[in-house]
Design a protein around this ligand. Structure first.
Ligand SMILES: Cc1cc2nc3c(=O)[nH]c(=O)nc-3n(C[C@H](O)[C@H](O)[C@H](O)COP(=O)(O)OP(=O)(O)OC[C@H]3O[C@@H](n4cnc5c(N)ncnc54)[C@H](O)[C@@H]3O)c2cc1C
Ligand code: FES
Length: 279
């Protein structure tokens, strides 16, 4: 592929982690708060394969008019079940939010390259999440041998999800809301900057949330010369590397090239992302 050009030439071959298509049964689908829901499914083939930061591509079977799947981070795994934490924002998630236990969904997963789980005794992880970005972080927090700090931000109190579950894992949680209804008033990067100004030794950033937040975290990582992994949640169609809907510009040699967030990502080293290139 020509650097900086999206062409119809064959996509580069990469080794994908194992993934499966499975028809799964809904065990629970309950409102968490406001427009947020938790869906638990029995998925004996997919659940054991999940790595932190990977996602499931879900086909909402009652939506007969559309074959398009919706991508969701895998939030928690327990035995042969996994859950997602989702916000009802449009047609697919609205139909999903009305599906009762016992109904079935089609799932392809686990998909994508997730976060690098810290090695024992290595870096201190600082997780930065905006809104449903918390969902992508839970397995990382659970499987990390080191406990660190989770910085979570949202517009309002209702956008701050599963704070207590991170505390129960032994993590510190620092909250910021834009309207000041919970935690510090302002953006999530404020408490993060305050923490980094106290010292940066051995710290590594992991982030998932809206693109402006990821861009800000990438800039902070540059400024403090810290490693950072960012989960780039772009709009996706196929989810498996075929349609090129989900590409982002990534640095390559002296230039840049497009890479697919569904297969090369969604998690990228922040130094790889070519923010200066308009998509
Ligand atoms: C890798 C990945 C992980 C994700 N994880 C989660 C998660 O854990 N929880 C969760 O609630 N959502 C998550 N999303 C976003 C989720 O896929 C969309 O909210 C969902 O597809 C919307 O479907 P819909 O049919 O309800 O909305 P549509 O009717 O398709 O769209 C409604 C609105 O949602 C916006 N939207 C659609 N797709 C996305 C997207 N990818 N990112 C941001 N906005 C979008 C549209 O622009 C539109 O404004 C994730 C997306 C990706 C790519
Ligand atoms: S969503 Fe089709 S290539 Fe990524």
């Amino acid at each position: 592929m020509l650097v900086g050009e999206l062409t119809a030439s064959p996509a580069p071959t990469i080794l994908l982690p194992p993934m499966l298509e499975e028809t799964v049964q809904i065990l629970a689908n309950d409102r968490d708060s406001d427009l947020y829901f938790r869906l638990v499914v029995r998925a004996p083939r997919v659940a054991p394969l999940v790595q932190p930061g990977q996602f499931a591509h879900v086909r909402v079977l009652p939506m007969k008019a559309t074959l398009l799947r919706r991508p969701f981070s895998i939030f928690q795994v327990a035995g042969d079940t996994f859950s997602i934490l989702y916000k009802a924002v449009g047609q697919g998630t609205e139909v999903l939010s009305r599906m009762p236990p016992g109904e079935e969904l089609s799932v392809i997963g686990p998909l994508g390259r997730g976060f690098t789980v810290p090695q024992p005794g290595a870096e201190t992880p600082l997780l930065v999440a905006g809104g449903y970005g918390m969902a992508a972080m839970y397995l990382l927090a659970q499987r990390s041998p080191q406990r660190g700090i989770v910085f979570v931000g949202g517009r309002r109190r209702v956008d701050i999800l599963c704070e207590d579950e991170f505390r129960a894992l032994g993590w510190q949680v620092r909250v910021a809301t834009e309207d000041g209804s919970h935690g510090e008033m302002g953006l999530v990067t404020q408490p993060l900057l305050a923490e980094l100004r106290r010292g940066t030794d051995g710290k590594k950033l992991f982030a998932c949330g809206p693109t402006p937040m990821l861009k800000a975290v990438g800039k902070i990582a540059d400024e403090f010369q810290l490693p950072a992994e960012l989960s780039m949640d772009e709009h996706m169609c196929c989810g498996v590397g075929v349609c090129l809907t989900c590409v982002i510009p990534v640095k390559a040699g002296d230039g840049w090239e497009y890479q697919r967030t569904c297969t090369e990502g969604p998690v990228f080293d922040s130094r790889q992302v070519a923010w200066e290139v308009e998509k």
